[in-house]
Design a protein around this ligand. Structure first.
Ligand code: XMP
Length: 518
């Protein structure tokens, strides 16, 4: 029987911003794909034993003598190759063709005319052309021996090339971006028809595989997991619970900086509904005492992180025979640290939530999501029976409301902010706007302003509403929510929460502002 990883594609990364997208597209077609940097130890290329290799785009120029080369071991694999953008140019150059630099960068949509009857591009268009996404300076001006043109555009007469005999292909455009018409189908055709991969990479198979691996790794040992209520740790909990049942012990620390009803929801979903063993530690007072008198954002983060670790260690010490620590590390974390830890045993991720777990905690890591992208983790979560409302929730920072109460944190402020946040989110859901924004929350400003409610003068804090639209959270645009909607939220907050005098809307994008206020 074929296993989940037998039919895999290797994606060699030459530094394109789209490399992860290539891997995700391939996986969407049921084929496991792994990403390795182009300067990886050649032994790892051989060990990967892929059924095909995709060479990504990249910022360099093949006309530059220092530009990255395709490792010899890739050719030695004797499997189909697909070069995208830089990958195509590198193939052309190395196989005897010619690449020229041009000052004119072609960026954006281009019409690609499909040139040959039987090729990788056949059947992708009824009209004989595709609107594709280009982003390149260099272009191939002379085909290598054995190749034919299979697609051309006005600015790139050799926009796609193929040597069918050796199953080597090059695409100047980016099939992985959704703006490229037929792009996903081209990648599917390469994976299935050209490389002969099956469709084993499905949520059910991924779960079966992760369950089997976890059982094998931990045997009859006990596993500890810090549960935050976020997507990754919840999915790890559900997955490991399926694998090892009561050998999994979760610690959920209520730091008093959670959203309204959050603690109860985590307990209900995981402990009551799924039957996961969860130790809930009510530590509100301990966190608030530790935070007393502190108003510097970074110091607040550190205090919250340190207190979390202290509590976690105390809990771990009480549990005898725990040899394993589970973590929600996902594939982008692995790729990002690939250079740093390639070949070496991986170290505990220094999570910016908790400031890293101490080195003395000598436990072996269990990381069942290490191969998965965030969207795959979500699909797995739903398949495992977690509620969609939990799985598709906006991100919530580790330090919680601690970084949304500006300045010193008091219980009273946390209570006000929780209520305001709840009203904002409830209204977003009611207006079907929740899924249209990427993240939304309220912030409590450490200033009082004057208001009049009824005949009474009110001198109370200000609440800011923050809502952003973003793909990657590195840049973000403030969400253009309808005025009537903002008006409704504002009036509910001021009327329903006695201690708020005023509501303002944050119209700053990132950069220069960050998403959170602290
Ligand atoms: P910023 O404020 O840096 O936030 O634009 C980008 C994204 O990261 C989240 N964020 C955090 N997440 N611990 C976390 O786990 C943190 O300390 C932290 N700070 C910011 C933020 O909510 C947004 O989604």
């Amino acid at each position: 029987m074929r296993s989940l990883h037998d039919d895999r594609l290797l994606i060699l990364d030459f530094g394109s911003q789209y490399t992860q997208l290539i891997a995700r597209r391939v996986r969407e077609h049921g084929v496991y794909s792994e990403i390795l940097p182009c300067d990886v130890d050649p032994l790892r290329i051989q060990a990967s034993a892929p059924k095909g290799v995709i060479l990504s785009g990249g910022p360099e120029s093949t006309t530059d003598a220092a530009g990255w080369k395709i490792p010899k071991e890739v050719y030695d694999l004797n499997v189909p190759l697909l070069g995208i953008c830089y990958g195509m140019q590198a193939l052309a150059q190395e196989l005897g063709g010619r690449v020229e630099s041009s000052d004119l960068r072609e960026f954006g949509h281009a019409d690609l005319v499909i040139e040959n009857e039987e090729s990788l591009l056949t059947g992708m268009s009824d009209t004989g052309s595709l609107s594709v996404w280009m982003s390149h300076g260099d272009r191939v001006t002379e085909l290598p021996p054995g190749f034919k043109v299979i697609g051309s555009s006005v600015h790139a007469p050799i926009a796609a090339m193929a040597d069918e005999e050796r199953a080597i292909y090059g695409l100047q455009f980016h099939p992985e971006v959704t703006h490229s018409e037929g792009g996903s189908e081209i990648l599917a055709k390469f994976a299935h028809a050209v490389c002969g991969c099956g469709r084993e990479w499905t949520p059910e198979n991924i779960i079966d595989d992760a369950v089997a691996k976890a059982r094998e790794q931990v045997g009859d040992g006990q596993v500890l997991l810090g549960l935050s209520g976020g997507v990754d740790s919840s999915v790890v909990a559900a997955l490991l619970h399926r694998a090892i049942g009561d050998q999994l012990v979760c610690v959920f620390v209520d730091n008093g900086l959670l959203r309204l009803y959050e603690g109860a929801q985590v307990m209900e979903t995981l402990a009551q509904n799924l039957g996961v063993r969860v130790i809930r530690v009510n530590a509100e007072e301990r966190f608030l005492t530790a935070l007393k008198g502190e108003s510097d954002p970074e110091c607040k983060r550190k205090i919250i992180g340190r207190t979390f670790i202290e509590i976690f260690e105390e809990q771990a010490a009480q549990l005898k025979d725990v040899r394993f620590l589970a973590q929600g590390t996902i594939y982008p974390d692995v790729i990002e640290s690939a250079g740093a830890d390639s070949g070496k045993a991986h170290v505990i991720k220094s999570h910016h939530n908790v400031g890293g777990l101490p080195a003395e905690m000598r436990m072996e890591l269990v990381e069942p999501l290490r191969e998965l992208f965030k969207d795959e983790v979500r699909i797995l979560g739903v398949t495992l029976g977690l509620p969609k409302s939990m799985i598709y929730r906006h991100p919530f920072p580790g330090p919680g409301l601690g970084v949304r109460i500006l300045g010193e944190v008091h219980k009273h402020s946390a209570d006000i902010l929780r209520k305001a946040d709840h009203i904002f989110i409830e209204e977003l859901r009611g207006a079907e706007l929740y899924d249209k924004v990427s993240q939304a929350f309220t912030v409590l400003l450490p200033v009082n302003s004057v208001g009049v409610v009824g005949d009474q003068r009110r001198y109370a804090p200000v609440i800011a509403l923050r809502a952003v639209e973003t793909i990657d959270f590195m840049t973000a645009r403030w969400a253009h929510l309808p005025y009537e909607f903002i008006e409704r939220v504002s009036s509910r907050i001021i009327n329903e929460i006695e201690d708020v005098s005023r509501v303002v809307y944050d119209v700053s994008s990132k950069p220069p502002a960050t998403i959170e206020w602290e």
